[in-house]
Design a protein around this ligand. Sequence first.
Ligand code: B16
Ligand code: MG
Length: 215
Amino acid sequence: MIRAVIFDLDGVLVSTDDLHYRAWKQLADAEGIQFDRAINHRLRGVSRMQSLEIILERAARSYSPERKAAMADAKNAAYRDLLSTLTPADALPGADAMLSALQARGVKTAVGSSSRNASLILEKLGWSDRFDAVVDGNDIQHSKPHPEVFVLAAKRLGVPPAQCLVVEDAAAGVDAARRAGMAVFGIGTPDRLPGLIRLAPSLADVSVDDLLREG
Ligand code: B16
Ligand code: MG
């Protein structure tokens, strides 16, 4: 029986993809590095520094660790500026209703995100107090696909991993959930989440009964 649902944040509850893309694009353009939306898709669920390494695969020169840290900081400053425009209307379709339906049934809810900006995003959505637990990039040593973020969320919820369901939009997050010993429901299309049987285009396309169904 599923007693808790752990939601990924970016791409499941809120669409920040475009904001990440615009902030990375500014940096890539300034450095003369090719960067497009297909490459941006590879950054889903991946930590900030790992994202930078993926972007730098196309760089013509090498960068020192100090320069890389400065680039990641510059991207984050641009990203946080863009996040300041986020409003409750930026919650993805079905997210608000699904949270209410789960909470009405007494199912615990948590956020399990790689982002170090999760608390700002939740504040902008008006959801700072909406979850029983929030675990984000500031709480963990190892980013997805390492299971740490979901294992810690289950611990904070006081629910065994086998009774937790993870909702994810990224392959790295699906791997992390499986390694944590949790059931997974995907948000997205089969081409983006290969090998996942239980998935829907958005939370608006799945009922609470279907989400909690085991299989
Ligand atoms: P930040 P999630 C992830 O969040 C994003 O999907 C990923 O694109 C981003 O690089 C990562 O957070 C780190 O974000 O730079 O804000 O710390 O999908 O795990 O909620
Ligand atoms: Mg995500």
